[in-house]
Design a protein around this ligand. Sequence first.
Ligand code: ATP
Ligand code: MG
Length: 356
Amino acid sequence: MIVKSLELMDYRNYSHLNMQFHKGTNILYGENAQGKTNILEAVYLGGTTKSHRGSKDKEIIKFQKEEAHIRIIIEKNQIPHRIDLHLKKNKAKGVAIDGIPIKRQGELFGMLNLVFFSPEDLYIIKNGPGERRRFLDLELCQIDKVYLHHLSNYNKSLAQRNNLLKQISFNRNLLDTLYIWDTKLTEYGKKIIESREQFIGKLNDLVRDIHKRLTGDREKLILQYEPNVKMNEFEERLKKSLERDLTLKMTNIGPHRDDLSFLIDSIDIRKYGSQGQQRTAALSCKLAEIELVKSIINENPVLLLDDVLSELDRQRQTHLLNSIGDIQTIITCTGLEEFVNHRFQYNKIFHVVNGT
Ligand code: ATP
Ligand code: MG
């Protein structure tokens, strides 16, 4: 699939913009704070209805304006489709596919598959478990519509349960109703654990070879899922944790506490890896993700690379650029040296200057 064009109105620092992408490699270059990442964010919104930075709609609308519009024309199996987003300050956003409004985010699923790679991704190993869960969830939601549904229900149940735990501290009688959320939490939680386990298994098969290549056969990388609770022990552990949950007024057991470890020759590189090792492993994961998405959707996703080249040394830059292949790519950068130095072929170049 490819993104053919993007049209913006009163979005971030753009009053009006209309740009046509090439089906190959597109480069957006310009000084800091000119609006390069904003363009990638707009494409990401078109694929997922969400900002990759987790921004709220009212932050995305241009300062002093009440609404913003994003229109993306994509081509999927040679057929063009139009995705429209209408963002409003104090109301839910409107999304339409080919002019027909959709009610749930899930309906957009599979229209535009994206792999977003930002400098923060290079720190998933170094940063806390929250970042690693975010990585798992973002990837899984892209390739598995059912996961998206389970995760959203799990998060709602978790919020409700935590809310009730707070209320129980004022009114102990409410304890009798806690089982309602326990049932939902374990029902959706088990599905999440199962999907994460399978996803990490598949990613592992791909990551091993990629990482071997990246390190010249020196390192063997293994991803290991660290579920906070095993599926068949969820109910029992939740019950045992009740007093603690009541004291702390929050749920202490469940996949919202999961983690993912990265082992090189049985050493946990979250704790003992060098910075270079951690970044290379993160890069291997991202490259594996591209392969995985390709194999699942039977089509090429669109790759969005936000300023990552400058974060990598030369050898890793070459690896990344070489693995792009025939995938449509939109790359942001502040200079063009990397491309010149690598004699890397690109198809279209945009100079981004202050929202134009
Ligand atoms: P860098 O190279 O530093 O990453 P960039 O070109 O990627 O820069 P962006 O993040 O795309 O920069 O754009 C940042 C600019 O957009 C900032 O100048 C910021 O003030 C502006 N901006 C962000 N949100 C809005 C908004 N809602 N309305 C108007 N301008 C905005
Ligand atoms: Mg940027």
